[in-house]
Design a protein around this ligand. Structure first.
Ligand SMILES: *Cc1c(COP(=O)(O)O)cnc(C)c1O
Length: 478
């Protein structure tokens, strides 16, 4: 493709992108296709002859778009957001154009040095202590795996890396019974073993019980286990519960256990001074992860991973075969030594664009606005006798259910709420997901899409109420 043709095609696509952003609310939020619908429409093999962009792009619209769940639709309240924003998209276009592989400083000094600076900006912004170092990773899962691996290497004096597991078969990782599945996955991959991930029970607010954590650790030590790592969650995926960092940090420090903090979603909100209190105790931790690719308007993937002891991280991951040796080694950061993959995308560019475009004031304004919308929703739910919050609102996450008069049994309420969610999602106007809290089927409404406005929440609430009432009326009619 020559540059004239590229220019023509790119303009067409940018026009399509701008139209998409304008009209994204016209698509059903959750894709309505059936399993295999898309697969069956794709050619069986690589086409023998190259095709025209027009026909590829036309198939994108015809075949692919119906199979898209529109995460950038402001009515997306499911899971946690994976937001993008115009400055992020523009930077991503440049990143793809440059096609840089930023494994070492020499392979693109700007990719390395911008990343170093962006991690300083973010770290200072959210309250990471002085002296820590940050690196961009592809996902919180990868960052948490890195934390467990580094903890393991420091504990074994880098012996597991050298000689394999040997005597280190009694390591244990602790987290609450609410923490993300990535902790268990990390422990499995790191060789700690799923059975050695000990899930500590939680209190009414689904926060880790530190009295039980301490008991468990002491009992484990008495039995010959080696407590390796505690993962504290600031903002669990189910209900955005906040584990008590200060108290957990004290237990970790007293027993010389690595403390990793998973703030994958909520970390963005620590840019707000009013939420910094949740970070108190962070100086007792060893590592911290949060995802700008969730609530900080930077398109997937972009994870910020911070560590107290940069040396431990480098000792765990660095490798230096002959073909990777460069003259600048030792003078600069080579981020291939800061994590698992060798090759690295130039992800700091989109962060730079986003952080500069919005500025601290713009970011804080958006985050606060999302939390205010959640407060509005909470107030509305509290006004209704036939709806209830299952746990109190935390930041911008509402966990609620429908409890109409006359339906009392847990099972019946669970079925009803599942029906309600499926019906709402099938209508395509909004998208919710669920969690279970102490056996209660609970609808989750995460209010944080980049472009969500008061009108969206009002309409969503109206749909939820109407659909719920219809559902009970229909059930009665049966
Ligand atoms: C989303 C999430 C994760 C996983 O994030 P990835 O970047 O997709 O790996 C981990 N922990 C929490 C609390 C999350 O919300």
């Amino acid at each position: 493709m020559d540059s004239n043709e590229f220019r023509k095609q790119a303009h067409l696509m940018v026009d399509w992108m701008a139209d998409y952003m304008e009209n994204v609310e016209d698509y059903p939020v959750k894709s309505q296709v059936a399993p295999r619908d898309i697969y069956e429409q794709i050619h069986a093999a690589i086409p023998e002859q190259g095709e025209k962009m027009e026909s590829i792009f036309s198939d994108f619209k015809k075949i692919i778009l119906p199979g898209i769940t529109h995460w950038q639709n402001p009515n997306f309240y499911a899971y946690f957001q994976a937001n993008t924003s115009p400055p992020s998209i523009l930077a991503e276009m440049l990143t793809a154009t440059l096609g840089v592989q930023g494994m070492k400083w020499e392979t693109s000094p700007a990719a390395t040095e911008l990343e170093e600076k962006m991690m300083e900006w973010l770290g200072d912004g959210i309250g990471i202590p002085e002296g820590w170092a940050g690196v961009i990773q592809d996902s919180a899962s990868m960052a948490t795996l890195s934390a467990i691996l580094t903890a393991r290497e420091k504990r074994s004096n880098y012996q597991v890396n050298d000689e394999g597991y040997g005597g280190y078969t009694n390591l244990r990782v602790y987290c609450s019974d609410q923490t993300h599945s990535s902790i268990e996955k990390g422990a499995k991959i790191a060789g700690v073993g799923k059975r050695n991930v000990i899930k500590i029970p939680t209190n009414d607010l689904l926060e880790m019980r530190t009295d039980l954590l301490l008991e468990q650790i002491e009992a484990d030590i008495a039995e010959g286990f080696q407590p390796l790592c505690i993962v504290a969650a600031l903002g669990t995926t189910g209900t955005m519960a906040m584990d008590p960092l200060e108290a957990i940090g004290k237990i970790a420090n007293d027993h010389n256990i690595w403390l990793h903090v998973d703030a994958a979603y909520a970390g963005a909100a620590f840019l707000l001074p009013e939420y910094k209190i949740l970070m108190s105790g962070i100086e007792r931790a060893d590592s911290f992860v949060f995802n700008p690719h969730k609530w900080l308007f930077t398109n997937f993937d972009c994870t910020a991973y911070f560590v107290k002891d940069k040396k431990g991280l480098l000792n765990t991951f660095s490798i230096l075969p002959e073909y990777l040796k460069t003259a600048s080694d030792g003078l600069v950061n080579n981020y291939c030594d800061w994590g698992i993959p060798l090759g690295r995308r130039f992800r700091s560019l989109k962060l730079w664009f986003v952080l500069r475009y919005y500025g601290m004031e713009g970011l804080q304004k958006l985050l606060r606005f999302h939390i205010e919308l959640a407060v509005w929703m909470e107030t509305e739910i509290n006004k209704r006798p036939d709806f209830e919050l299952v746990v109190p609102r935390s930041m911008n996450l509402i966990c609620f259910r429908y409890v109409p008069k006359g339906v009392d049994k847990l099972e019946d309420l669970n079925t009803l709420n599942e029906q309600l969610m499926q019906k709402l999602n099938a209508m395509g106007k909004l998208y919710l997901t669920h969690t279970k809290i102490h056996g209660i089927y609970t609808l989750r409404m995460s209010i944080g899409q980049t472009n969500v406005a008061q009108s969206h929440i009002k309409n969503a609430w109206k749909s939820i109420k109407e659909t719920a009432v219809d559902l009970t009326n229909n059930n009665k009619g049966e």
